[in-house]
Design a protein around this ligand. Structure first.
Ligand code: 0X9
Ligand code: ZN
Length: 299
């Protein structure tokens, strides 16, 4: 069984997803949307009570070392499924698509070999391993804040969507959003306590920024109300740094999902990527309240 008192390996996270599909067959579907470079499943879970016409996307773990992200996505999964009665109003509003481990190879490597591994585990050059999967999406690829050096932590890859992990997710989203049914796209990262919106590729505001800010700040305020954790809202490049090739920019610019956000969870640098497991539950609680408030905003 799953718990939120420690960080878990891929086999346990995928096992939990399969368990939910078995225990809640009317509500939960698990599928593989592709394979990673090292041939691990890209396991996605869909939560649907059958009444929704709109969709929400939440992924975690695109950066291997950001362990709080998959932990919080599975926490949200529990709230949606095992705590359905309490969250019923908001669960029923959408079909929820969760990809807790976007970068399964990197995640495992960060457990077995190098705790601070960030990238995928693909080999495109002689000496260095991995591509930054959040520089690899095909929208303004390589324009700013990304590197063509395979040894860089922000290596964008030999070409856009060189990584099977990013390509599979993009193909899936493209197909599922053909009818423009996705309302929200959340990609969960750490750390810094930011609720970010596009654009990340340049120091500019999207033309519908007011809408993204209004909905996003509803989430930020609800999040802060839980434990007092302070978040900064704004466009990625302007409040953080310019970095092209991110999934959030692609989701909005190509995938046609208006409300696209990157969440940078706890903390602000004291523990950084090595956030103690004792903070999984409070981080999960506040993040879930933020996303719920965002989800209810459209009612
Ligand atoms: O640099 C990133 O990919 C993200 N920060 S992290 O510390 N988790 O690596 C921020 C991404 C923000 N979005 C874009 N720049 N598109
Ligand atoms: Zn990240």
């Amino acid at each position: 069984a799953m718990d939120w008192t420690s960080y878990h390996r891929l086999v346990d996270i995928h096992g939990y997803m399969d368990q939910l599909a078995e225990d809640y067959p009317d509500m939960v579907t698990v599928m593989s949307i592709g394979s990673s470079y090292e041939d691990r499943d890209m396991k996605l879970i869909k939560v649907s009570t059958g009444s929704a016409t709109q969709k929400m996307w939440i992924d975690g773990g695109i950066h291997a070392r950001e362990w709080i992200a998959p932990a919080v996505v599975t926490y949200i999964l529990r709230e949606l499924v095992e705590n359905y009665e309490e969250n019923r109003d908001v669960v029923d509003l959408y079909d929820w698509y969760l990809l807790p481990l976007h970068n399964p190879d990197g995640y495992e490597y960060s457990h077995t070999n190098a705790r601070l591994w960030r990238k995928t585990r693909s080999r495109w050059s002689g000496s260095c391993v991995g591509v930054d999967p959040n520089r690899n999406w095909d929208y303004h690829w390589m324009e700013q804040g990304a590197s063509s050096d395979p040894c860089s932590e922000i290596y964008a890859g030999p070409e856009p969507f060189s990584e099977p992990e990013t390509r599979s997710a993009a193909d899936f989203i493209m197909a599922e959003n053909a009818d423009e049914s996705f309302v929200g796209f959340f990609t969960v990262h750490s750390y810094g306590q930011y609720w970010l919106c596009p654009w990340g590729y340049d120091y500019i505001y999207p033309d519908d920024y007011d809408d993204l800010e209004d909905a996003g700040m509803t989430g930020v305020n609800a999040l802060e109300d839980v434990h007092g954790t302070q978040f900064t809202f704004g466009p990625s490049a302007i409040v953080l740094y310019a970095a092209a090739g991110g999934s959030d920019d692609w989701a909005k610019g190509v995938g046609n999902i208006k409300y696209s956000y990157t969440l940078e969870l706890r903390d602000t640098g004291f523990w950084g990527f090595e956030l103690p497991a004792s903070q999984i539950v409070p981080t999960g609680q506040e993040t879930w309240e933020g996303i719920k408030a965002f989800a209810r905003y459209f009612q």
